[in-house]
Write a protein that binds this ligand. Structure first.
Ligand code: HAM
Length: 425
């Protein structure tokens, strides 16, 4: 056992010192602002759930990554690896008392036992935005619009990221045409999600091991090469619901001025088992990071968890890749948040005087942020502390250059010094 002072953070977790929290808050504020602008309401669930909520619903990859344990009552529990099952459970619990459609968002802390790699940690935050009760691509358009506005709000543009859009429904229709059975489809989806990582050869090997004919892998390859809706239409040679939904979505988002941010990418399938329709992932365009966000339509999850049949669409955006990307582009806030006023006592007391504390109290009641030397001390030391704390204005409390009821104030940005009535501070 290492000595307590040598105990490090567990692998894949982070400490958030104040300078790190500033960045987290910047991300969370950017997320929240856009969620509210789009009319989504915030909710939250527990950080652990019954293990069975994930098994069989999220798919094998997530289950392999679960942190699960037995509690003292011998219950099988798991730290949440994603929020969607909790969201579905919460919606089901309220059932018909909810007025549909609902638009909810949350910023949960999630846990996945992942292999340590860039952009993936074992504990991370993830913005979730979800809609229940909208059957048309208006829902997908709302969510993708929000993603784009959010990333634009952080200072990113269409040269920095792209939303890659595809459809499980379309892929499913294509697999039907190739004669792939429903059970085999799940195998194909999970192998496809790994394809970019494991390579074409390993992908083909998985299909082969699962008894899927070689010709099917060839046809799929052709399908993935398609980069336009027209090309896909030619390959399908038939009516396709998946394709017409994609066409509608691209047209809608295009008319909203988002065309430059979108690309049709049929190789996007998503690893999670529950998606049933349009799926999308957001990637950066330069640094080749992992996905910034991913989501899609999951019309059967709520009913498979015991609820009534309700359509749902949503996505998750992690904090890790996003912060990496913004950092690489110099788009993270630098410096401290600072305070509006630092009250320096020119009489250099050992402890702050009550009169100074009262002035702080008054300023705070007017929504100003105020700091002062808790330990008193020499004026020089107080000034250094003001600087350290990123104060915008310095008040020389008790300066004889100001009469009673007034203060000598220095603007630390301009260096300007003036005498101001306390009531006008
Ligand atoms: P996901 O693709 O598993 O989807 O995760 C979405 C995003 O969360 C990823 O694109 C990535 O930014 C971030 N993320 C995932 N795993 C990690 C990790 N280990 N470390 C850091 N970031 C990570 C879901 O979780 C779905 N439940 C999203 C959803 C909501 N679908 C519908 N509604």
């Amino acid at each position: 056992m290492p000595a307590p002072e040598h105990i490090q953070t567990p692998k894949g977790t982070r400490d958030f010192y104040p300078e790190d929290m500033r960045i987290q808050n910047h991300l969370f504020e950017g997320w929240r602002r856009v969620c509210r602008a789009f009319g989504y309401e915030e909710y939250e669930g527990p950080t652990f759930e019954h293990l069975e909520l994930y098994v069989g619903k999220s798919g094998p990859e997530i289950v392999e990554q679960l942190y699960h344990f037995k509690d003292k009552g011998d219950r099988d529990l798991a730290l949440r690896p994603e929020l969607t099952p909790t969201f579905a459970r919460m919606v089901n619990q309220k059932g018909s008392s909810l007025r549909l459609p609902i638009k909810w968002f949350s910023i949960p802390r999630l846990f996945r036992y992942e292999r340590a790699q860039r952009g993936r940690l074992r504990e991370f935050f993830q913005l979730n935005m979800d809609i229940v009760g909208c059957d048309t691509v208006a829902a997908e358009a709302d969510l993708i619009g929000a993603v784009i506005e959010m990333l634009k709000g952080f200072g990113l543009g269409s040269n920095d990221f792209a939303v890659r859009i595809s459809s499980r429904k379309l892929l499913s229709e294509f697999l039907d045409r190739l004669g792939v059975s429903s059970e085999k489809k799940a195998v194909v989806y999970s192998a496809l999600d790994k394809r970019a990582k494991i390579g074409e050869e390993a992908f083909r090997k998985i299909l082969q091991e699962q008894g899927i004919a070689v010709g099917i892998a060839d046809s799929l390859e052709g399908f993935f090469q398609s980069r336009t809706l027209e090309d896909l239409e030619a390959k399908l040679q038939a009516q396709s619901v998946g394709l017409s939904e994609l066409r509608e979505l691209f047209s809608l988002l295009g008319q909203l001025g988002y065309a430059d941010y979108l690309s049709l990418d049929t190789s996007v399938v998503r690893g999670l088992a529950y998606y049933t329709g349009i799926v999308f992932e957001v990637f950066d365009k330069g640094q080749n990071l992992r996905a910034i966000a991913g989501g899609g339509r999951y019309d059967s999850l709520l009913s498979s968890l015991g609820g009534s049949s309700m359509s749902a669409v949503g996505f998750g955006m992690g904090d890790v890749v996003l912060a990496d990307l913004l950092n690489g582009k110099g788009l993270l806030p630098a410096g401290r948040q600072g305070v509006d006023y630092y009250l320096a006592d020119v009489s250099s007391p050992d402890v702050p005087r009550v009169e100074l504390l009262r002035l702080a109290q008054t300023l705070r009641s007017k929504n100003r942020s105020v700091a002062y030397a808790l330990n008193g001390g020499k004026l020089k030391k107080q000034l250094a502390e003001a600087n350290d704390q990123g104060a915008r204005k310095l008040v020389f409390f008790g300066s004889d250059r100001a009469e009673a009821g007034s203060c000598e104030v220095k603007d630390l940005a301009t260096g300007e010094q003036s005498v101001v009535k306390e009531t006008e501070l």
